[in-house]
Design a protein around this ligand. Structure first.
Ligand code: HEC
Ligand code: HEC
Length: 224
């Protein structure tokens, strides 16, 4: 029984990884020049960040408000993708819903969004620590090993063992506010957030209990 589960678990993870890999390679090829970080992009991004974003995400992207994500050190491509997803294009509804962020991105051009990605990717994330170590220990098991009983893959496979993610498509999670991570995992579960290519996170979160969501989020908050 356990053997069969392990096999189907591995098959699912391989399928998820492959489908994402193919997508990632296509996008990377298409946008290869957009993805290069230059001083010019960073300084243009910084101007917009100081003017519009700093109040909620802090000037250097180390947000101190638990519902506002930390952006410092996040991959440029992931930030740019999210900004594009928050914007409603050609009268189509935005792919990622957030009334706050929709208003923020509406005046931004595609170039602005690339500049902002470059700026935040260059900022240093502050060191963080988990608050509830007992819960974080439970979360660590899920993060590193998943859950064979529910076919939940390990988060570390895509988000890397230290939580720094794998650019361009697997975001950095390390040190993120517990509250923000919980909100996103719940949003994937209810499909309120549905901008993950091939439903990758929606499939994963459908296999998680509320307790597992809270534990893994607590562990992630202390990853550095
Ligand atoms: C009024 C507060 C506020 C302002 C100002 C603001 N944001 Fe946000 N931002 C938020 C909140 C809240 C979220 C989380 C939305 C959600 O729950 O999905 C968010 C999410 C994001 C995300 C998604 C991060 C992730 O890890 O997926 C990015 C990227 C982002 N903001 C960039 C920006 C940029 C760039 C600006 C300036 C142009 C900006 N924000 C201005 C509040 C704000
Ligand atoms: C097969 C690869 C894969 C695995 C395994 C995986 N993720 Fe993800 N995850 C992704 C991708 C891809 C995204 C980006 C979705 C998008 O483009 O918006 C993501 C996004 C996220 C986000 C949103 C980050 C943000 O800043 O808003 C969170 C939180 C997250 N994953 C947590 C987890 C947790 C916890 C686990 C383990 C239980 C996990 N992931 C396992 C691929 C994966």
């Amino acid at each position: 029984m356990q053997g069969m589960r392990l096999v189907s678990h591995l098959v699912m993870l391989t399928a998820l990884l492959l489908s994402n890999q193919i997508f990632a390679e296509n996008l990377a090829r298409k946008n290869s020049s957009d993805n290069i970080i230059t001083n010019d992009k960073v300084s243009k991004g910084q101007k917009i960040a100081n003017r519009i974003c700093a109040g909620c995400h802090n000037p250097d992207g180390n947000s101190i408000i638990p519902s506002n994500p930390i952006l410092a050190g996040q991959h440029a491509e992931y930030i740019t993708k999210q900004l594009i997803n928050f914007k409603s294009q050609d009268n189509n509804p935005a792919q990622r819903k957030s009334s706050v962020m929709e208003a923020m991105v509406s005046p931004l051009s595609n170039e602005d969004m690339h500049n902002l990605g470059s700026y935040y990717a260059q900022q240093k994330p502050n060191p963080t620590a988990a608050k509830d170590m007992t819960l974080a220990k439970i979360g660590e098991k899920i993060y590193r090993g998943g859950n064979l009983d529910s076919n939940l893959p390990a988060c570390s496979g895509c988000h890397s063992p230290n939580g720094s993610g794998i650019p361009p498509h697997y975001p950095r999670l390390a040190g993120q506010h517990t509250e923000y991570t919980i909100t996103q995992l719940r949003a994937f579960r209810t499909e309120q957030r549905a901008n993950d290519i091939n439903s990758v996170m929606r499939v994963i979160v459908s296999r998680m209990s509320e307790k597992e969501i809270q534990a893994v989020a607590e562990f992630i908050s202390g990853l550095n």
